[in-house]
Write a protein that binds this ligand. Structure first.
Ligand code: NAP
Length: 285
């Protein structure tokens, strides 16, 4: 019997934990706030930003909206980030990606104060993950770990294969699995015989961006399969995993939609609550 890992359920539980933490932070005299920076008017980004602001409101986090026109200069974006860094009512800064191509994403992300980097993408925070130090974690891979925890899936000593090596998902995912004592292989577009490498895995995390690439041929019977992919196709939103083909052989699998997606937003909320808690001197219970 295959377990369908329900991201909505785990996201709800995560947001309840965040709400409890926010309440304790408020009791300590700090009102958690998130600055949301959106450059341009891409409809998908706009809808993501609205959902993130709604998530924050659900748990009692204020959001401060900053909309900049698509032709914003790097100087103007830098000035806004500096102002948010200096503003003590802002505990987290969300810079919605992607930025218009004339802007330098790397330098903007690095300009955000590491303590307010609730996306967990600042070089210092990725470095803290490498060093095993606490700090904001990259939301999507951290959300995957929360799902595994919620379903009691212990990766210690297990073989994990992460497909994809981006700084947003693949690399931090591999480090988080390693932190939990999995034996981790990172695959990418130059990996030779990817299906054979994946068949070695007890846990597969697919973060590729290729619709339904991972078929049954990649999966050892009984493996856990986590699908990070979001691909818009003529058939609607699909993952990197061919769910219908793989789910009968996996022991547990995430669907798309309703899997990792809701977790990314829940972890953003949790990172913001934790950033405010650090300022208030409140520890997560
Ligand atoms: P990315 O930066 O484009 O990275 C994709 C990775 O996949 C790269 O490392 C690439 O290898 C590898 N790859 C591409 N084709 C491959 C192939 N045929 N075989 C093996 N590896 C291959 O993408 P990303 O930002 O990590 O995102 C990956 C997917 O996750 C996308 O569908 C994205 O929409 C989704 N995503 C979802 C969430 C969520 O909240 N659920 C969050 C973030 C991203 P090279 O490095 O060699 O090019």
């Amino acid at each position: 019997m295959t377990t369908i890992i329900d991201g909505q359920v785990v996201a709800r539980a995560t947001k309840e934990r965040a709400a409890a933490l926010v309440a304790r932070v408020k009791d300590a005299g700090v009102d958690p706030g998130l600055a949301v920076v959106l450059v341009g008017d891409d409809p998908a980004s706009l809808s993501y930003v609205r959902m993130k602001e709604r998530d924050c409101a659900d748990v009692g986090i204020r959001s401060f909206d900053h909309r900049l026109p698509a032709d914003t200069t790097q100087d103007a974006l830098d000035a806004l980030i500096d102002a948010c860094n200096a503003d003590s009512s802002v505990h987290g800064i969300l810079l919605q990606l992607p930025l218009p191509s004339h802007l330098d994403e790397e330098s903007a992300l690095a300009r955000i104060s590491a303590a307010k980097d609730v996306d967990g993408l600042h070089p210092e925070n990725l470095g803290r993950l490498v060093r095993g130090l606490p700090g904001p974690r990259a939301c999507t891979p951290w959300g995957v770990m929360a799902m595994l925890d919620h379903y009691g899936i212990d990766v210690s000593g297990k073989r994990a294969v992460v497909i994809g090596r981006s700084s947003i998902v693949g690399k931090p995912q591999a480090l988080m699995l390693l932190e939990r004592n999995a034996t981790v292989t990172i695959c990418h577009s130059r990996t030779v015989d990817l299906p054979a490498v994946c068949r070695e895995a007890d846990v597969i995390v697919a973060a590729v961006g290729r619709a339904k690439m991972v078929t049954r041929e990649y999966v050892r019977p009984g493996a856990v399969v986590i699908d990070v992919g979001i691909n818009r196709t003529e058939d609607g939103l699909v993952g990197d995993v061919d769910f219908a083909d793989v789910s009968p052989v996996a022991s547990a699998i995430t669907p798309v939609p309703g899997g990792v997606g809701p977790m990314t937003r829940a972890m953003l909320v949790m990172n913001t609550a934790l950033a405010a808690a650090r300022v208030a001197g409140v520890e997560e219970a």
